[in-house]
Design a protein around this ligand. Structure first.
Ligand code: ZN
Ligand code: ZN
Length: 146
């Protein structure tokens, strides 16, 4: 990857920053928690501690290279911030994360904010359900919101 991204953002290209950013480029398209990044560093034999991982990820998010999504009260995932806004669909059985980008949804959100006189900075939409991984399992055919 291009480490000049860090210099352009005005922060030093230290080893942990370059290494952690590399992990995200190696797993482009994936959503990773700090623990996922940490595990990946261990299998890479990198001597970077979990506290450093948290700190660096927060810095990379702060300069706009990573995008953070709060999936639930306990799970925060990060991904490269290179695709523009999209929403997430999370499978509550297998943890799979799908993405969706629908201009109609963005429009609706802006409309809702405007109607309330709310100045919208950003929004985050997460849909929970099943991705189809449990086909054959005795699950009800309709979700609560169908
Ligand atoms: Zn699934
Ligand atoms: Zn995503």
């Amino acid at each position: 990857m291009d480490h000049s991204l860090l210099r352009h953002a005005g922060i030093k290209a230290t080893f942990p920053r370059m290494k952690i950013l590399d992990i995200f480029y190696q797993h482009a398209g994936l959503h990773m928690s700090a623990a996922d990044v940490y595990r990946s560093l261990i299998s890479d034999r990198s001597n970077i501690g979990l506290a450093t991982v948290y700190r660096v990820i927060t810095q990379l998010e702060g300069i706009g290279l990573l995008k953070r999504t709060q999936l639930d009260a306990h799970t925060t995932v990060y991904e490269l911030n290179d695709k523009g806004h999209h929403d997430h669909l999370v499978c509550t059985h297998c943890g799979r994360i799908l993405e969706s980008s629908d201009p109609a949804m963005a429009q609706l959100v802006r409309k809702i904010a405007k109607r309330s006189g709310f100045l919208l900075d950003s929004y985050s939409l997460v849909l929970y359900g099943g991705c189809g991984c449990r086909q054959g399992a005795p699950t009800p055919s309709h979700g609560e919101f169908e």
